[in-house]
Ligand binder design. Structure first.
Ligand code: 16G
Ligand code: MG
Length: 543
């Protein structure tokens, strides 16, 4: 009897203490930490079932990424290191919201419907960020896992991408790397050093950067990298955990506010890097001689990386298909540059890492980045084989061989499982070093179109539905038609609206050629949404 198996799961310490509905969204459950304990307990139970279903280890990460300290969250990491399969998001939502009295029957239902063999052993690998609420939530998740006799590997404080990495290493018997934190640091550091060679500076590139770690768990990882890379890269660390998490610092703050984070000394033309609270997003920025702030976001990183791979592929003589995946938030300037100058195929998908990752798998080498700085590069197994075979080819010229070997090495610098701020940073540093570029040279490749994002509060954000990778609105009727009319008035104008997956708001994005017009365009579209989609509270404003 399946229900006997679940006899131990009812635990009054973790009963459902509030009636609010909670949803497994784009990046798991995320909300105020004090209403999450029973959700963590239940996700501990679910992680055991998922592990049995996949007959492999599953990851469970406790974090609310770039949200402020009072929030927390949880996401499950699937056995191949990717985000939880979409069909299980609904299962997670149902389990989190079920009444305590229905908990056993819900678990029986899930295991029957998913045809889970309950005799299969389960392993759950757990990580958490530095939030004060994380240890209490960890205890709840552990209780859930233990109630179903799951085996736990508790990694303690880790970045989200480190957990993804260790899940893959565990499930591939070490083929992807040693499934430990030390294995992670030493793999990335070793290849970074070997590609860099003895010349740590090159041309305009100086091996020194200032890193804003958002006062999050990334600061711990950055300190480890400081140690591993001390002779080759000088990482000056700010917002190192001594201040408030994500408070006026970190990648999300810098990207949205387009300004310097707190506590960073303002020096001209220095390479600054910001990562977010769980270190899966990264952006670069600098201040010019006139004190103007310049942002080099996910689009810039994507184009830098795609151009680098294109060059290496051409030089190596390998015929592999390189592609780039973006979302509607990608600046039109970057998309034009990729399509018209780099001539690399570019695809656009809906917001959310799982959509980008899935599309990138279609290319031999798939580069994907959201403008907010989340992204990575993924390689098909056949690509890795082709590169290895190319190196063995005796007919190669020295230039071709060097480029092929570089391709092989650089793959090891990349965390293919998910966007990894620190691995991405080491990749950017490697490319800038190879090109002999400082940030100013990097920024010269193309011009961003001025852009603006606004939030609109409406009665029900789900009344807005979209298609064509969120670039067109289907409902409310007439909204798209009206947006089109507004956009037409602006040279190189583009705007779209979509309901947020993480906040109860509608997001408006606008870009056009003129920086003096872009606020006007964004405001016109935001006011339209407010009018046609039942806006509530104060009318949209630029602040
Ligand atoms: C989450 C997503 C991120 C997306 C953002 C959009 C993951 C791991 N993270 O943070 O990819 O850009 O949500 O938020 O999927 P929004 O729906 O509120 O605009
Ligand atoms: Mg994050």
């Amino acid at each position: 009897m399946k229900s006997n198996y679940f006899n131990n799961v009812v635990n009054s310490e973790y009963s459902r203490k509030n009636d609010g509905h909670i949803e497994y969204g784009t990046a798991g459950f995320r909300t105020k930490s004090d209403i999450l304990e029973h959700v963590l307990y239940r996700m501990g139970l679910l992680a055991v079932l998922r592990s049995k279903a996949k007959k492999a280890a599953i990851g469970l990460m406790i974090t609310a990424s770039h949200n402020l300290e009072p929030d927390n969250g949880i996401k499950l990491i699937d056995s191949a290191g990717e985000m939880l399969e979409v069909s299980w998001e609904m299962i997670a939502t149902n389990l989190a919201n079920t009444l305590d009295s229905d908990l056993i029957s819900m678990l029986v239902h899930i295991s029957t419907k998913e045809n889970i063999d309950l005799s299969v052993p389960a392993t759950v690998i757990i990580g958490r960020d530095t939030r004060k609420s994380s240890p209490i939530l960890l205890k709840a998740a552990l209780a859930g896992i233990k109630a179903l006799n799951g085996h736990v590997i508790d990694l303690g404080l880790v970045t989200t991408p480190q957990l993804h990495y260790i899940v893959v290493c565990t499930n591939t018997d070490g083929a992807y790397g040693d499934p430990t934190l030390q294995g992670y640091y030493s793999k990335l550091a070793a290849v970074f050093k070997s590609i860099r060679g003895t010349e740590i500076n090159n041309g305009k590139y100086i091996s020194e950067l200032q890193l804003d770690a958002a006062n999050g768990v990334g600061a711990i990882a950055a300190r480890e990298f400081q140690r591993y890379l001390k002779d080759v890269l000088d990482i000056k660390l700010f917002n190192d955990g001594s201040g408030d998490l994500n408070h006026m610092c970190g990648a999300d703050y810098v990207k949205v506010q387009q300004t310097l984070p707190l506590n960073i000394p303002s020096e001209k033309s220095v390479r600054y890097v910001s990562i977010d609270g769980d270190a899966d997003r990264v952006v670069y920025f600098y201040i010019d001689g006139n004190n103007k702030f310049h942002l080099l976001d996910g689009d810039r990183i994507a184009t830098l990386v795609a151009a680098y791979f294109k060059e290496l592929l051409e030089t190596s003589g390998l015929s592999l298909q390189l592609g780039l995946v973006q979302t509607a938030y990608a600046n039109g300037g970057s998309t034009d540059y990729i399509s018209n100058i780099l001539k690399v195929p570019v695809a656009c998908v809906p917001t959310g890492v799982k959509h980008l990752h899935k599309k990138a798998l279609e290319f031999d080498i798939g580069v994907y980045f959201e403008a907010n700085g989340h992204g990575t590069v993924i390689f098909k197994n056949t690509t890795k084989e082709a590169i290895k075979n190319q190196i063995k080819n005796e007919m190669l010229s020295t230039t071709q061989r060097v480029a092929s070997s570089k391709l092989r090495d650089v793959i090891d610098l990349i965390n293919e499982t998910v966007g990894d701020a620190l691995s991405d940073m080491l990749l950017v540093e490697t490319i800038l070093h190879a090109k002999g570029w400082n940030v100013i040279e990097w920024e010269k490749s193309y011009n961003d179109l001025p852009n603006k994002q606004l939030k609109v509060r409406v009665k029900d954000r789900n009344i807005i539905t979209t298609t064509n990778a969120e670039r067109h609105c289907l409902t409310p009727v007439c909204l798209q038609e009206e947006i089109d009319k507004i956009v037409l008035k602006y040279s190189r104008g583009r705007a779209f609206v979509r309901p947020s997956g993480t906040e109860d708001i509608v997001r408006v994005y606008a870009e056009c050629e003129s920086s003096s017009d872009v606020n006007k365009l964004a405001m016109e579209v935001a006011s339209l949404v407010y009018r046609l989609a039942d806006g509530v509270g104060p009318e949209p404003s630029l602040s």
